[in-house]
Design a protein around this ligand. Structure first.
Ligand code: 5RP
Length: 225
């Protein structure tokens, strides 16, 4: 089984989970990235069961619409029973690093509205300690240098992501070399830096459920279990 086979398998499991748990006609939140793309393709097979979707990026909106799935603005929606998205790293407590695709801010906003965050990953994403994957931080462009200095003071090596502008018109600084022992504290600390829009730690609101693809099948881990 290659990595795409694993992603496809976990995407199918997520589709089955959504079909089994949401009320008919509910609106669901959809993440961004290659695993989320496989999920969107699977979602198309149950498009009559879901009312609409809220997208966490322009790329996801386009893919959902290409499958004939109606996409709503988040401001039109009061509740989302479920949000399904991938991660760059996830630990046993279901805290994550996200934003490898640069969609972290919209992902965090949509996830904040959802009752349940279902993370879909292949087994390569499960780690003991977060931080080997560089931590993405979305920054207002004029704050780049001063935010980078503060990130360096935390012990990381900030690097501007080349030729990349987010859907919100901002830049991404990727912080290399962090060993993240307390993801909640670091998430809060970076979010307090003036000029930071969001950072890619999803720890205060981590995943509730992890569907993890392995060659032996899709394993299910629940937060706090
Ligand atoms: C995008 C993300 C993605 O969920 C994350 O990068 C994982 O992507 P993939 O499924 O392609 O490995 O946070 O901003």
């Amino acid at each position: 089984m290659n990595q795409d086979d694993l992603k496809r398998a976990v995407a199918r499991a997520a589709r089955d989970h959504v079909a089994a748990t949401i009320p008919a006609g509910a609106v669901i939140g959809v993440g961004t990235g290659s695993t989320a793309n496989f999920f969107i393709d699977e979602l198309a097979t149950i498009r009559e069961r879901i009312g609409a979707a809220v997208a966490s990026s322009e790329a996801t909106r386009k893919r959902l619409e290409s499958h004939g799935i109606r996409v709503l603005d988040l401001n039109e929606v009061t509740e989302l029973p479920v949000y399904v998205d991938g991660a760059d790293e996830i630990d046993a407590g279901l805290a994550m690093i996200k934003g490898g695709g640069g969609a972290l801010t919209r992902e965090k906003i949509v996830a904040a509205v959802a009752s349940t965050f279902v993370c879909v990953c292949d087994q390569s994403k499960l780690v003991d300690t977060l931080g080997k994957f560089p931590l993405p931080v979305e920054v207002i462009p004029m704050a780049r240098a001063q935010v980078a200095r503060q990130l360096a003071a935390l012990g990381g090596q900030p690097r501007l992501r080349d030729n990349f502008i987010t859907d919100n018109g901002n830049i991404i600084v990727d912080v290399h070399g962090l060993h993240i022992d307390d993801p909640v504290a670091l998430e809060e600390r970076i979010n307090q830096m003036v000029g930071v829009v969001t950072n890619g730690l999803f720890a205060r609101r981590g995943a509730d459920l992890l569907l993890l693809a392995t060659p032996d099948g899709v394993k299910i881990l629940r937060r706090g279990a």
